[in-house]
Design a binder for this molecule. Structure first.
Ligand SMILES: Nc1ncnc2c1ncn2[C@@H]1O[C@H](COP(=O)(O)OP(=O)(O)OP(=O)(O)O)[C@@H](O)[C@H]1O
Length: 309
């Protein structure tokens, strides 16, 4: 049996129309698929937690039909049965994780591939805990966690007014780049202490510090070109204090993958990262924003199995 978790609002309704087509596909019945629609933020996580508890013995996989936000919830929801395979069918507006694991097909063709002959790569995702809540607050991210400007941009992108505006104009794919342009005028460095693999770094301020599982970010920007999804290390990208004009030029160069050549950009690898600050640090994790005083990030010791085509 497969359980399908569908976010009906993902990708401006694209997930819902794809779901209707998948339901009419003969393989859906043949493989004994059952579906749930999410009703609110957080619901996909609760559903994944419940279905793995109840059906873990017969479950061949959880199919996620939605965007990266829904996938983030499901990956955290299977925490008690982390060996449950996750079959992601991207139907959101950003879809960075699909690029990160190099999915070639999309939609119905991807569903058919998953049902007929899936590859099953194991991926070591990163875990994070905010404000020293090591024991109870450890969660997993699928794409990236970022501090400073990264958090400010995502907070802007998530404003209700802004979301409905990009939806009306059918430019949801440009959500992150437009929010970035709007945030650059307010950009200022954040101050912090940074430790990579236990070693304190001699860098105490930056426009942003972003830690990623794979290269993609903000709907297809290749922010960390050297990051590898199957690596046991994360990529840590730091943009040092920089003028607003240069910051703008830098983000344009991201699309050409040239930004890491700039002297203000550093990219390191690490399997554990700790960042702390005396002032609240704006942050984003997989597209959700907030603020914190410290955060510990570590590559997971156990892998998550994803279906791939
Ligand atoms: N029924 C619902 N109504 C409103 N929001 C929902 C509902 N179900 C889930 N959500 C929330 O919608 C948010 C956005 O969904 P998701 O990330 O899957 O799509 P997206 O934003 O279009 O794609 P992407 O993250 O790839 O840009 C998620 O954080 C999820 O919690």
């Amino acid at each position: 049996m497969y359980i399908m978790i569908v976010n009906p609002v993902a990708g401006n309704g694209r997930a819902m129309s794809l779901f209707r087509r998948i339901q009419n596909e003969p393989l859906y019945k043949k493989e004994n698929c059952r579906s749930f629609l999410t009703e609110e933020p957080g619901h996909a996580e609760r559903l994944a937690l419940q279905v793995t508890q109840i059906h873990h013995e017969t479950l061949k996989g959880i199919i996620v039909l939605g965007g990266d936000g829904t996938l983030h919830e499901v990956v955290n929801g299977i925490r008690n049965y982390f060996e449950t395979p996750v079959c992601f069918i991207p139907a959101g507006s950003g879809n960075d994780f699909a690029r990160g694991i190099s999915l070639k097909k999309r939609g119905l063709k991807l569903f058919r591939s998953y049902m007929r002959s899936p590859k099953k790569p194991k991926v070591f995702l990163a875990r994070y805990s905010l404000n020293n809540r090591q024991k109870h607050g450890r969660r997993t991210f699928i794409n990236s966690i970022g501090f400073g400007l990264d958090g400010v941009v995502v907070a802007t992108a998530n404003q209700k007014k802004y979301r409905s505006w990009t939806r009306r104009l059918h430019i949801t794919k440009l959500t992150y780049p437009i929010a970035l342009l709007r945030s650059i005028s307010k950009a200022k460095p954040v101050h912090f202490e940074l430790f990579l693999d236990g070693k304190q770094m001699n860098i105490h301020q930056a426009m942003m510090v972003t830690i990623t599982n794979h290269p993609y970010y903000g709907g297809g920007m290749k922010i960390a070109p050297k990051a590898k999804i199957n690596s046991k290390e994360m990529s840590v990208l730091v943009i040092k204090p920089i003028s607003k004009k240069k910051l703008l030029a830098m983000f344009i160069s991201v699309f050409l993958g040239l930004h890491t050549k700039m002297k203000e950009v550093e990219e390191w690898n690490a399997s554990s990262v700790h960042i702390s600050s005396e002032q609240p640090l704006p942050f984003q994790v997989d597209g959700q924003s907030g603020s914190c005083f410290d955060c510990s990030i570590k590559k997971a010791e156990t892998s998550t199995t994803f279906f791939s085509d």
